[in-house]
Design a protein around this ligand. Sequence first.
Ligand code: FES
Ligand code: FES
Length: 160
Amino acid sequence: MEITFILNSSPITIDVPSNMVLLTLLRDKLSLTGAKPGCEVGSCGACTVIIDGEAQKSCTYAAKRLNGRSVTTIEGVAVANGRANDLQQAFLENGAVQCGYCIPGVIMAGEALLRRNPAPSRLEIRQALSGNLCRCTGYVQIVDAIEATAQQRALQKEGA
Ligand code: FES
Ligand code: FES
C-alpha cells in the first residue's frame, strides 16, 4: 500500500508491503541504518525512533501505520552537516557510549523524554529508558548525559 508521512522533517510517499515493519523500511528501503536491529521482538530498544513525539520500537511497528504521521530517526537528530546535537555531545562528554550499539535507541528515548518533559528527575529518566537495554554502561553515565542536556537546554532557554 502507498503511505505518505513526514520523515526527519521531509514528506515522503512510498509503497510498503502490508507486513513490513518500520525498522525494515528504514534500513532496507530508505538506507537509514541508525536504528539498530537487536532482539526484533520489542524488548531491547535498539531500534527506537520517535513517532508523533513518542519513543516507539520500530521493529514491531507496522510501516503501514505511518500514514499521516511524523517520524524522527537518529539521522534526523543530528544538527547541520551531520554534527552531533547537544544530547549526542553530552553522551560523548559523559562517557555514556561504549560499544555504542544501543546508543541510537537510547538517544531517541532521551530526546522523546526531553521534548515532553524538559526537566526530568533522574528517576523519570530511568523510567523513560526502561525499554532500552544497555549491556555496557550501567546506565549511570547515560542518565548523567540526559540530565546535563536538560540543564543546558534550560539555561539556553533562560538566556534566549
Ligand atoms: S530490535 Fe526493536 S526492541 Fe529490540
Ligand atoms: S553502549 Fe554497549 S550496549 Fe549500550
